[in-house]
Ligand binder design. Structure first.
Ligand code: SF4
Length: 424
């Protein structure tokens, strides 16, 4: 723990051998992102255009969070042949008209595509254009795909934010954009730190309200707060914005380097950064230290699921003292992950993509102390006596930033303690 805080590539991230897997996948589809996105953009509505399966997934994933006025729904498009497409479009228009009449608070409507063949046949971008003409300027209608054929569960957020980027207002002003959905509490903490550092103006994407779309332009520098935003980053680059290369703000190390990237771009002296970050780093380290005994030396195997695995493995190895057996990610974006990869110990096997049976074989052979995986794998592995952590929980829980570093360590310590008590 507390290794020197520097980006010291072990063997150059481009040279690190990566095991590529192309087989059966066990991940949720991009519709899952609606569960956290609908809480973030508070006047947006997500209308899934899909089947009963999609409705079921979204309701069971988000069921506990449904309040009196949910901000998502499913327009069920039943089986139709091509001749029925005109009806499907008319039905979609009818559902949207009804929804917007009932819910005048909706300012931004996302039509979210899915994978049933009858939905694939529908051109949702044209539907969005048509509906935009009808409802502008009161409501903006956008579309993206959450289809399981095209997206894993975190890529739904990427597709959603990428759809938003072309609608962002233009600016020539130098500004900082933090990209990726963060819990409000984490966003507020980061906003305070940037303010104390004198970095600004700072905006966040997604915004909390459709009326507060962040401006973007050739003088926008952006920090990714999530590792799965390849499309969004491309869309921002097309608007002239520039990404600041940095590890993700996970753990004290990652958060410090993330803030440092912005501080360097704003030409702040190191002493200013240290004054603002030092007490927070100390607090983060102290809170991680509480779980150090439970975690140090324990072996962890990360299945590919959320794309957060590489920065997570970096945190677990460097700050919690854990041994990473394998860090799998569904998709490895070389540039976006370069700094996190460079900070991973050389011994860590990095794999990209999924071949679930082969990975299960490697995992069973390695007998790790804890496995990070999707819900579908967790139950069978628990039944085999392994301790698991659901990767989706790491997406729903605020884990970024200094104040959350101890909570993140606890998320791993808790299931191992529980298992230890069970076998006592
Ligand atoms: Fe299933 Fe596809 Fe609907 Fe996702 S989008 S719930 S994978 S049918």
């Amino acid at each position: 723990m507390n290794a020197p805080l520097a980006l010291t590539p072990v063997s150059g991230c481009g040279e690190r051998p990566v095991l590529r897997e192309r087989g059966q996948r066990e991940v949720f589809c991009g519709l899952t992102g609606i569960v956290w996105l609908h809480r973030k953009i508070q006047d947006a509505f997500f209308l899934v255009v899909g089947s009963r399966t999609c409705a079921h997934l979204i309701q069971s994933a988000a069921g506990v969070m449904i309040f009196a006025e949910p901000r998502f729904a499913t327009a069920i498009i039943d089986e139709r042949d091509l001749a029925g497409l005109a009806d499907a479009n008319a039905e979609l228009d009818r559902v949207v008209t009804q929804l917007l009449a009932r819910r005048p608070d909706i300012k931004l409507l996302f039509l979210v595509g899915s994978c049933p063949s009858e939905v694939i046949k529908l051109d949702l971008s044209r539907a969005a254009e048509r509906l935009n003409t009808t409802f502008a300027p009161k409501v903006r209608v956008l579309n993206y795909s959450g289809s399981g054929i095209e997206t894993t569960f975190t890529q739904g957020e990427d597709a959603c934010l990428a759809a938003l980027v072309p609608t962002l207002p233009s600016t020539e002003q130098r500004n900082l954009l933090v990209v990726g959905a963060l819990a409000d509490v984490v966003e507020d903490q980061f906003a305070r730190i940037f303010d104390e550092l004198g970095i600004g103006p700072v905006h966040f994407l997604p915004p909390r309200s459709a009326d507060a779309l962040p401006p973007v332009g050739p003088n926008t520098l952006y920090l990714l707060a999530q590792p799965y935003l390849a499309e969004t980053a491309r869309a921002l680059d097309r608007r002239g914005a520039q990404r600041l290369p940095t590890p993700l703000p996970i753990g004290a190390d990652g958060t410090t380097l993330w803030l440092q990237a912005a501080a360097t771009a704003w030409s702040l002296p190191a002493s200013d950064v240290a004054r603002v970050t030092a007490p927070r780093i100390a607090r983060a380290r102290a809170s991680i230290a509480r779980y150090r005994d439970a975690l140090a030396g324990k072996r962890v195997f990360l299945f590919p699921d959320s794309q957060i695995e590489i920065p997570l493995a970096r945190f677990l190895a460097r700050e919690a003292g854990m041994e990473i057996v394998e860090a799998g990610t569904p998709y490895l974006h070389r540039q976006h992950h370069a700094e996190d990869l460079a900070m991973l110990p050389e011994s860590v096997v990095v794999s990209e993509g999924q071949d679930v049976e082969r990975q299960l074989d490697r995992c069973r052979a390695a007998k790790p102390d804890i496995v990070v995986c999707g819900l579908g794998l967790a139950n069978p592995l628990e039944a085999e006596g392994m301790t698991t952590k659901w990767s989706i929980e790491l997406i729903f829980t605020p884990i970024q930033g200094y104040e959350q570093a101890g909570d993140l360590a606890e998320l791993f310590a808790r299931p191992m303690n529980r298992r230890a008590r069970l076998v006592m």
